[in-house]
Design a protein around this ligand. Structure first.
Ligand SMILES: C[C@](O)(CO)[C@H](O)COP(=O)(O)OP(=O)(O)OC[C@H]1O[C@@H](n2ccc(N)nc2=O)[C@H](O)[C@@H]1O
Ligand SMILES: Nc1ncnc2c1ncn2[C@@H]1O[C@H](COP(=O)(O)OP(=O)(O)OP(=O)(O)O)[C@@H](O)[C@H]1O
Length: 323
């Protein structure tokens, strides 16, 4: 006899998933591959700036966005959250009929994987809403189809991304790191920053292809600093010769005003300052929470950025917060 009730309760509706932003504490960029991507040694750290993605049953796929920068986020099927929901639905023979509401706090087009966070949030929220029973590996595959940063948004913490950044292995962290993020006016396009990186390499005469650029590798010094939870050692790795972010010269070339932001952050007492991923957000590592608040005040007073936000990392990956 079949039971009167399903074996598992239906998920409470709506389902809200909280997803973190990221900073790349190392971004070693190899040569341009024939498929248009670059091989990476990408050391991701999730940080405590979040978007919330809420999934509610609907008659069609609908996206709404709230937050100060909502006007810069597409509210149609080009939104990465919509693409993620469509991919999950297609795999399970479901119509992607869902309303996805994004409460956006991660800077838009800022190099902090905001769109990727929303995609990972949508995958997890829709999986719970539709009860697809997809495995973690399947969710990660869908994330990787949407974009190179999306799998990390799902797992969070700290991880090394190889390949184009989608092949993750966990990285050990021995403590909490305190950061300040200087948010810039306007964004930078990720493909444009990679193209500028290639152009600078060509102009320097080194070539930009896979045969010209050494294979990217993670820094042992940097991984040790993360493992030991040691901000001063991490700062030394961030400040090392050539820098920790191979996209930084390209981001600064496209947005020369970032030099002044980086200077203002270090003058305000940061241990190190880097461009976050493809920028234009800049990330400042500090000794502790009090130092972070002081650096944020200094950045605000400098007038070099639109906003300064304090955050800590590692932070959890995407997780359901209403169940
Ligand atoms: C800069 C980073 O944020 C660092 O984590 C990522 O590498 C970018 O990841 P993402 O925004 O998820 O990028 P994707 O949506 O996968 O790719 C967008 C475009 O960025 C460029 N791209 C991206 C990743 C990569 N490893 N090499 C690339 O050259 C390609 O032009 C690609 O067409
Ligand atoms: N859910 C979304 N949130 C923000 N932008 C989105 C979203 N979906 C699509 N986009 C588009 O993607 C572009 C890049 O936005 P996003 O905030 O993801 O950049 P980013 O943080 O620099 O990305 P990354 O760090 O992964 O390279 C935006 O200009 C916007 O047009």
């Amino acid at each position: 006899m079949s039971p009167a009730y399903p074996a598992y309760p239906a998920p409470p509706v709506p389902v809200t998933v909280r997803v973190p932003a990221k900073v790349n504490v190392q971004l070693a960029v190899g040569g341009l591959r024939p498929d248009g991507y670059h091989d990476l040694a990408n050391v991701f750290l999730a940080v405590s700036l979040h978007d919330d993605v809420t999934a509610t049953p609907a008659d069609t796929l609908r996206i709404t966005v709230e937050g100060p920068d909502a006007g810069r986020v597409p509210q149609d099927r080009t939104n990465l959250a919509a693409r993620a929901a469509e991919l999950l639905a297609a795999r399970h023979g479901i119509e992607p009929h869902v309303h996805l509401h994004i409460a956006k706090d991660i800077p838009v087009a800022g190099g902090m994987a905001g769109g990727s966070a929303d995609a990972a949030g949508a995958v997890l929220a829709c999986d719970a809403l539709w009860g697809t029973g997809a495995s973690r590996d399947e969710l990660l595959e869908i994330c990787a189809e949407v974009g190179s940063d999306v799998p990390f948004s799902l797992v969070g913490g700290a991880a090394l991304g190889r390949g184009r950044g989608e092949l993750l292995t966990p990285v050990e962290t021995g403590g909490t790191f305190h950061w300040v993020f200087a948010v810039a006016d306007g964004g930078l396009s990720t493909p444009a920053v990679y193209r500028e990186c290639d152009r600078l390499r060509e102009a320097a005469g080194t070539g930009s292809g896979v045969a010209d650029v050494p294979a990217p590798d993670p820094s042992a010094e940097l991984l040790d600093a993360l493992r030991n939870g040691d901000p001063r050692a991490l700062a030394a790795a961030l400040n090392s010769d050539g820098g920790a972010n191979d996209l930084q010269p390209a981001a600064v070339s496209l947005r020369p005003s970032l030099e002044a932001v980086l200077r203002a952050g270090t003058e305000a007492g940061a241990l190190a300052g880097i461009v976050s991923g493809s920028g234009p957000t800049t990330a400042f590592l500090t000794e502790d929470g009090a130092a972070a608040r002081k650096v944020a005040d200094g950045l605000r007073a400098s007038g070099t950025c639109r906003a300064a936000r304090v955050a800590t990392g590692p932070a959890d990956g995407a997780r359901v917060i209403t169940r």
